[in-house]
Design a protein around this ligand. Structure first.
Ligand code: ZN
Length: 675
């Protein structure tokens, strides 16, 4: 049996390597600025798709890009105006393009493009321009009236007076999402998900009145709404065809309708129709109906997400940021995740959490490996390597969820990282380095599979507990729960039995990387003096710092010094696994019981604060490597080929576009909301 399994494993490794050989000449690197590297990804096997599937991908890609302006406006109410102004300055600039001011201006514009607005996509801090206010004023002055993005009735002077502090003053709109629970997180967040003057207390009161704690199937309150204050009264304004973002939504609907005409099967047609109905009405019950149909369609090869989905952009975790993701199935690798999800019940039954908090029956967590074909909205340019949707807890419990690992994106990250010197600088010894070389790619993929297919889908909330009870810490603790579930099972012999990992020691590669990242290397993404803010980063530090602390007595994991440099040293991988089990048990309890206070204590003790000395050392060591802390992607371009009757006969895929070119083209072709 073992032989058969390792042969299977070997086959999957070979297929990965084979892909890598084919990709040898593919140029992954596109642009580099500030703390960002922009990559491109390859879409393998696009050519093997049928004409209808190619058309479907083309139409869905158009629907994806049609929503671009929505995320910009959700991220901040001046973003669209600022984008247009900056782009017009950039494309009409007549001065010296090598001047310091112009270079700084170009860098700022590239950052703004990457952030879908004036705040960093990850830290959510406002970008600080390195060009002068005088340069800015001069450039605006040089633009003719016809190139000024003015609001109705707005003068040139008024626009400059409004936008100058928004761009330059670090105290104005400093943070897109403020998660500091000691402040009013609604009033102090610069995003555009709440109207002016709305407070956290008002929003919480508004929704507590709407929510029925005994409703077993609640809609996702606030998911497609902006909460505003009108004449002193709090109310929701919804995103739909005749409401907020109507013009963008009209375009999305048009392209979804085109996609429907070439859908792969009736089930897919039905859920696209439902999605369109939801976009027309804004009715969240229709969104739930759509989500159920979508989650249950596992037969279609081409698939997509298009809507208000993830709520990380909302400090209260309710409003969904608009995003779209078009993809198709990678058949070769999907058998791996199918094996995992076919055994979901075994994993649930054997997890270390209190049996009361386990799901008695885990609904088929469908899982597949996909190739991304188009990223958009909140999923662009920065993007995830795995997704698990829908987010609604009761839908997941009753109908299951769809979980995907995005192979071509993961592969692009991996390929673009080779030879960057990271292991040499941060990994403690050669043996560990070899372990990472041999097993990190596959264990990373498996970690994502387990996190998405099983982790998020596992466990249950006790009856009567508000799913939002953990408030501002909900996202962090949910990510921690999914990560711990994945880490725990990576080391389980079950994976050898199932034939998805051939070496019982392989998990050590992921454990080492996880501790190294959570304790040290992810600090590269934090500016000196700042705390850890983003939910996934908090989750990783929480887990790593907790294990370090709780394992101190037995020296399970240590931070050791070698030639003045700090290294992570793992002395006992088995004990580390039992600590993972212990923390998983506790975090599941916190989630199941809605124990807000215990959540706050864990987060405050482990997830937020940074050791300034270690932080400085990490930044210094990274600076010698020139590894960008953040990476994202531009998309390939899909070009339909028409016959003389106007029918599409083929869709061609091209990769050559540059970063600025792509951003300017998107602004030219997909501007839907003003300017
Ligand atoms: Zn997750």
């Amino acid at each position: 049996m073992a032989n058969k399994f390792s042969a299977l494993m070997l086959a999957s490794m070979i297929s990965l390597n084979a892909a890598a050989v084919v990709d040898k000449n593919f140029d992954y690197h596109v642009d580099r600025f500030a703390d960002i590297e922009v990559l491109r990804y390859e879409v393998p096997e696009f050519d093997r798709l049928s004409l209808n599937q190619k058309k479907m991908i083309y139409y869905l890609s158009q629907a994806a890009q049609a929503g671009r302006d929505i995320i910009w406006d959700q991220n901040g109410r001046y973003n669209l105006q600022i984008r247009k102004l900056l782009e017009n300055i950039y494309t009409n600039f007549k001065g010296d393009k090598n001047s310091k001011d112009f270079k700084a201006f170009e860098k700022y514009l590239k950052q703004v493009w990457f952030g879908n607005g004036i705040h960093h996509h990850y830290s959510s801090d406002k970008f600080i321009p390195e060009f002068s206010e005088a340069f800015f004023a001069e450039q605006v002055k040089a633009l003719p009236d016809s190139l000024l993005p003015l609001n109705e009735g707005e003068t040139r002077e008024a626009m400059v007076a409004t936008l100058t502090p928004v761009i330059f003053d670090p105290t104005v709109m400093p943070k897109r999402v403020n998660q500091d629970g000691t402040k009013d997180v609604v009033a102090t967040s610069a995003n555009n998900l709440y109207g002016e003057g709305v407070t956290q207390a008002e929003v919480e009161e508004y929704y507590s009145k709407l929510k029925d704690p005994n409703d077993p199937r609640p809609i996702s309150y606030g998911l497609n709404a902006k909460v505003v204050k009108e004449n002193g009264k709090i109310k929701e304004e919804h995103y739909h065809l005749n409401g907020l973002y109507g013009p963008a939504i009209a375009k999305i609907i048009y392209w979804l309708d085109m996609a429907k005409s070439v859908a792969e099967n009736d089930a897919q047609k039905t859920y696209i129709t439902k999605l369109i109905d939801y976009y027309i009405t804004g009715d969240l019950r229709l969104f739930d109906e759509y989500s159920i149909l979508w989650a249950e369609d596992t037969a279609s090869d081409v698939d997509f997400v298009n809507g208000f989905i993830e709520s990380y952009g909302d400090p209260l975790g309710m409003t969904g940021s608009w995003e779209s993701y078009v993809n198709f199935k990678n058949n070769k690798s999907t058998s791996r995740t199918e094996t995992i999800s076919n055994n979901a019940q075994w994993f649930e039954d054997n997890s270390p959490v209190d049996p009361r908090f386990r799901k008695p029956t885990v609904k088929g967590v469908s899982a597949k490996v996909i190739n991304a074909a188009m990223l958009a909205g909140d999923a662009f340019p920065s993007t995830a390597i795995g997704i698990n949707l829908p987010n609604s807890n009761w839908i997941r419990a009753e109908h299951g969820s769809k979980s995907v690992t995005i192979e071509n994106i993961t592969e692009a990250y991996d390929m673009a990282s080779h030879g960057n010197g990271f292991n040499k600088e941060f990994v403690i010894d050669e043996a560990t380095g070899k372990l990472l070389d041999d097993y990190l790619y596959i264990t990373d993929m498996l970690h994502t599979d387990l996190h998405e297919c099983l982790g998020h889908a596992s466990g249950q909330i006790l009856p009567g507990v508000d799913p939002d009870a953990l408030k501002e810490n909900g996202s962090t603790l949910e990510e921690a729960r999914a990560d711990l579930f994945a880490l725990y099972y990576l080391a389980d012999p079950k994976l050898q039995e199932l034939g998805i990992l051939d070496n019982p020691e392989a998990y050590k590669a992921e454990y080492y990387k996880y501790m190294l990242n959570g304790l040290m290397t992810q600090l590269n993404r934090i500016e000196p003096g700042k705390d850890v803010e983003e939910a996934h980063m908090r989750n990783r530090q929480l887990i790593a710092a907790w294990i370090l602390d709780k394992g101190k007595k037995d020296k399970v994991v240590e931070l050791v010094k070698k030639k003045g440099k700090t290294f992570v040293k793992i002395n006992d991988y088995k004990k580390m696994r039992s600590l993972i089990a212990q923390l998983l048990k506790e975090i599941q309890r916190i989630k199941s019981e809605g124990d807000y206070k215990a959540g706050v204590e864990l987060i405050n003790k482990y997830a937020v604060k940074v050791d300034p000395k270690l932080h400085k050392e990490v930044l210094q060591r990274f600076s010698t490597l020139d590894i960008p802390p953040y990476r994202g992607f531009i998309n390939p371009v899909y070009v339909p080929v028409y016959d003389d009757k106007g029918n599409i006969t083929d869709v061609k895929l091209t990769y050559g576009e540059g970063y600025a070119d792509q951003m300017l083209r998107l602004s030219r072709d997909f501007t839907t909301l003003g300017f």
